[in-house]
Design a protein around this ligand. Structure first.
Ligand code: PRP
Ligand code: MN
Ligand code: MG
Length: 179
């Protein structure tokens, strides 16, 4: 099946406005402190780039990236998540903000939160642009959420279908090419 971008679900201007609000909240929370912002490759890259540029200069921001891989089981809804590319940084004592484009089952974020806590982070918070709430399998805390969306496949603003369409500036639903 081949898919293409269909109608705009969230337009780039709406995203930009929401990103400014999230960054303002984050700026208030970490004013005068250091904050290590961890983007989860690849989907979070565009959101992370916009978000950090809206965070107040009074927060001392460090940018890092990591990659997580999930292996879902075909018979149960639980999956196993591993870190396939770490940051290489010493986490101990740092304020960590994990940035994700989307939270679906929550398994990726649950694993990452646990990892940073275990490594001795001073604090761990999560910022996601999109929350597909109805798909949640594990109850994982998310401190900053951009938009709650229905259980529909979306692309653009970092999100892909088969690695494509991440570069679209707005978030779109998809439809089959043959339709
Ligand atoms: C997607 C998304 C999150 C994760 C969310 O990444 O970007 O990282 O899945 O799913 P979960 O809540 O069920 O764990 P994906 O594996 O598609 O990789 P990508 O970011 O490189 O597209
Ligand atoms: Mn991802
Ligand atoms: Mg993906």
């Amino acid at each position: 099946m081949e898919l293409k971008a269909a109608e705009v679900l969230i337009a780039r201007e709406q995203i930009a406005a929401r990103v400014r609000v999230l960054a303002a909240e984050i700026s208030r929370r970490y004013e005068g402190q250091s904050l290590t912002v961890i983007g989860i490759l690849r989907g979070a890259v565009i959101f992370m780039a916009d978000l950090v540029r809206e965070i107040s200069p009074s927060v001392n921001v460090v940018m890092e990236f990591m990659k997580a891989a999930s292996y879902g089981s075909s018979t149960t809804s639980s999956g196993k998540v591993t870190i396939s590319q770490g940051t290489g940084i010493a986490v101990k004592g740092r304020n960590i903000l994990i940035v994700e484009d989307i939270v679906d089952t929550g398994l990726t974020l649950q694993h990452l939160r646990g990892y940073f806590k275990d490594e001795g982070a001073a604090s761990v918070e999560v910022c996601v642009l999109l929350d597909k709430k109805e798909r949640r399998v594990v109850d994982v805390p998310v401190e900053y959420t951009g938009f709650v969306i229905p259980d529909e496949f979306v692309v653009g603003y970092g999100m892909d279908y088969d690695q494509k369409m991440r570069n679209l500036p707005s978030i779109h639903t998809v439809r089959s090419v043959s339709e």
